[in-house]
Design a protein around this ligand. Structure first.
Ligand code: SF4
Length: 344
């Protein structure tokens, strides 16, 4: 069951409907060797549970950040949310329509148009042989939004202006732009199909630090102007703090803490969230020491029993080694940790 209600007032008291509803999401990868090899080497089948029963929801116009170390399952969730990878179980609904449910070709097309993704690497995500104008016009053509070539070119110019570039930049090729400018082009292309939900997968992690804030500010401005809803994937809590409305912390495929961003940063509850926050660079310049994250993330093929985090947890209890912690309500947060007893 999702942790959120259907329509909840945000901090300004404005009622927002739930746009994205993720329930019981699970993805298992079969990493087994071919049958003959397994017989010769006397090996069994090997499965990796990348996402293990994740629930969350996102209200319209808000940014939900999924954070975690590499291997936590965040990019797998992103791919399932945009329709690139089918879940093994569970569902993702966008505006009431199940992303992976059976639907008419017309409904499928409408849904694909409303969901877009911005990738980590703006160098790899743009076709180097196409002019920027053609790259941005492609979704407009593919979804049949504007048929007239002159009107389409005018719309491409508008989109370039919207992301802070010159409409004449449409004549150039991607290699003529810096990393930050290329990410702006990728954002313009994502906006071309007039989406309402955008998955941003580490959108600034390939960029220089000096450029990251500009791109994050652009994403925030666009959200305000166009009412966009974001699922923001990041391993960088300093970045998440800058953009998120709510935050979900993932550890080995499980959501261990979920809370409004302000609460999560002011009063983290889960021992893993605390550890992540202690490792964040001192962006507020408060002079506190930065702690490194203790231990290494275990092999996800053979995750520890009980609470997956128990081998690294500084406050672990005997039951943590054997019992999977259920979700507990702690203030505005939902936390999966035995420290919080049975108060649910
Ligand atoms: Fe630590 Fe136990 Fe809580 Fe897991 S359930 S985070 S091991 S205290």
């Amino acid at each position: 069951m999702s942790m959120q209600g259907l329509a909840v007032a945000n901090e300004t008291g404005v009622e927002r409907k739930t746009l994205v509803e993720v329930e019981g999401l699970r993805r298992v990868f079969d990493l087994s060797k071919p049958w003959l090899n397994r017989m010769i080497e006397r090996e069994g089948r090997v499965f990796l549970t990348a996402v293990d029963g994740v629930d969350f929801s996102i209200r319209q116009g808000e940014t939900y950040a999924l954070v975690g170390e590499s291997g936590s399952g965040k990019s797998t969730i992103a791919k399932m949310a945009v329709g690139l990878l089918p879940p093994s179980a569970g569902s993702i609904a966008i505006d009431g329509a199940d992303v992976w449910g059976k639907k008419s070709p017309e409904a499928e097309r409408r849904m694909r148009r409303k969901i877009q993704m911005i990738f980590q690497d703006p160098f790899a995500s743009l076709n180097p042989r196409w002019r920027v104008g053609s790259i941005i016009a492609e979704p407009i053509k593919a979804f049949g939004l504007i048929d007239d070539p002159l009107d389409r070119a005018a719309r491409v110019g508008e989109l370039l202006s919207l992301v802070g570039l010159d409409p004449r930049d449409g004549q150039k090729f991607p290699h003529e732009f810096s990393g930050g400018q290329r990410q702006r082009i990728a954002i313009a292309r994502a906006l071309a199909s007039e989406p309402n939900f955008i998955v941003c997968d580490e959108p600034t992690s390939a960029l220089d630090v000096s450029v990251q804030a500009q791109v994050l500010n652009l994403l925030r401005d666009l959200q305000e102007r166009l009412g966009l809803t974001y699922l923001f994937i990041s391993h960088n809590l300093a970045v998440v703090r800058h953009v998120a409305t709510r935050v979900g912390v993932l550890y080995l495929g499980r959501l261990v803490e979920e809370a409004p961003a302000r609460e999560l940063f002011a009063a983290p509850q889960h021992p893993y969230t605390k550890m992540l926050l202690e490792a964040v660079p001192d962006i507020e310049m408060e002079g506190k020491d930065r702690q490194s994250i203790a231990g290494e993330i275990p092999n996800p093929i053979t995750p520890p029993a009980g609470c997956h985090f128990h081998p690294r947890c500084p406050v672990r209890r005997p039951e943590c080694d054997v019992e999977t912690p259920p979700p507990h309500r702690v203030g505005d947060a939902t936390v999966r940790c035995h420290l919080f007893g049975s108060a649910s």
